[in-house]
Design a protein around this ligand. Structure first.
Ligand SMILES: [Zn+2]
Length: 55
């Protein structure tokens, strides 16, 4: 089973994220690498309607 970032297509390999192709026939689980997770969570926060922000 290979863990791949669904944004930048990096693959987690022994705890490190590397840009390399997935071998044929391997099962792929999609997630975010730390870099893209940062970017995506920042986007989500920015997208939140103001009404939902607790004061
Ligand atoms: Zn990524």
């Amino acid at each position: 089973m290979v863990v791949q970032c669904c944004v930048c297509k990096s693959i987690r390999d022994s705890g490190k994220w590397k840009k390399k192709p997935v071998s044929e026939g391997q099962q792929v689980s999609h997630t975010y690498c730390p870099h893209c997770l940062d970017k995506e969570s920042a986007k989500l926060v920015a997208q939140q309607p103001k009404e939902l922000v607790l004061t």
